[in-house]
Design a protein around this ligand. Structure first.
Ligand code: 8YV
Length: 334
């Protein structure tokens, strides 16, 4: 960063959600920071007014960056997402406004793949349900056949929908459990990548029919809305589990709740929800679903790495350099 001299005024930036205090202090050395350490999510009107005052902003998935948010932002050069997924960005609107959009790929791949596996294990082996059983004093009812009986992970078939970096990370972990890996993706992987994951490409229908565990890791786009709804769940085995670490809206949560209630499938593990942080009340009533509050990337090390990468993107853009993870490359002019 070209640190401004004392006589120069520092560029103004917005940090729209609370970040680690040391990261904020570092930013304050180079920028005049409008921070939101109270972590109250801005309303669209507040966000629009905030963006009007700054040249750069650090945001998270809770901030929708669209034409409305950008309408007063005459000096804004960059919005850096602290997230790899960027369905909170209207990228064409950002490009039209000449605003660089950046995200945080790679730094969270392994942590998120670990979590996908953890959620799968918890769901298939009924770990949270078992904990409630213990806490409720039900253990005395233990018997060979009466305690929570789960589904096996090892040597079963895992079906991964969305085979990007995180999907491939999950596939590689599955190999350690002797699992058979099948996947479906917009485009087929290269032969080398398929080999590295020992993964077989199949249609979405075949995957749903044959997988013991279906894991969703695809990005949210309007075309992917309700990729998994009642019709798709009906194709799955009654012993199958469904894991969603992708985005809310990819699964029809009401249809899933109904299917779990009717035992159309065995169980589900969900880290993301339609309309989160609100969870569909029908899901909350069920014991055969493991619920997590969108924490797949949430380890201290990874969240710090995400914040650091987002800050690096912001700094480079404000300095007139190409940010390392620029999404709309056409906006950048050297
Ligand atoms: C973020 C995520 O924590 O990176 C992503 O796409 O879903 C999570 O890692 C979340 O989006 C907050 O911005």
């Amino acid at each position: 960063m070209n640190t401004p001299s004392k006589s120069q005024t520092k560029p103004k930036i917005l940090v729209a959600r609370a970040i680690f205090p040391e990261a904020l202090a570092k930013l304050q050395e180079s920028f005049e920071v409008r921070s939101n350490q109270a972590d109250q999510v801005f309303t669209p009107t507040e966000l629009q007014a905030e963006l009007a005052k700054v040249v750069g902003a650090l945001v998270a998935g809770s901030e929708r960056i669209d034409a409305n948010a950008l309408s007063q932002a005459k000096d804004l050069k960059v919005v850096a997402n602290i997230s790899v997924g960027y369905n909170n960005f209207d990228v064409p609107a950002m490009t039209a406004a000449g605003v660089m959009a950046t995200n945080t790929p790679d730094v969270l791949t392994d942590t998120t793949a670990d979590f996908g596996f953890a959620l799968l294990m918890a769901t298939a082996r009924r770990i949270t349900e078992s904990e409630h059983w213990v806490r409720a004093g039900e253990w005395k009812k233990w018997s060979i056949v009466n305690n929570p009986l789960g589904m096996d992970i090892h040597h079963s078939t895992i079906g991964i929908i969305g085979m990007g970096r995180i999907g491939q990370g999950i596939a590689k972990r599955a190999l350690g459990f002797g699992m058979n890996v099948i996947y479906h993706n917009r485009s087929r992987l290269s032969e080398a990548d398929e080999k590295a994951c020992a993964a077989k490409y199949v249609s979405k229908e075949e995957l749903l029919r044959t997988a013991d565990h279906v894991v969703l890791v695809l990005p949210y786009t309007p075309e992917n809305h309700h990729t998994i709804a009642a019709k798709e769940i009906a194709l799955m085995k009654p012993t199958a589990t469904l894991i969603n670490i992708a985005r809310g809206g990819i699964v029809d949560d009401l249809a899933l709740a109904q299917a779990l209630k009717d035992k159309v499938i065995f169980a589900a593990g969900l880290d993301v929800f339609e309309g989160e942080p609100t969870v569909h009340p029908e899901l909350l009533k069920l014991s055969n679903v493991v619920l997590a509050p969108h924490i797949a990337s949430s380890t201290e090390k990874t969240r710090r790495a995400m914040v650091d990468l987002a800050i690096e993107n912001l700094r480079q853009a404000i300095d007139g350099k190409k940010p390392p993870s620029l999404i709309n490359t056409e906006v950048f002019k050297a």
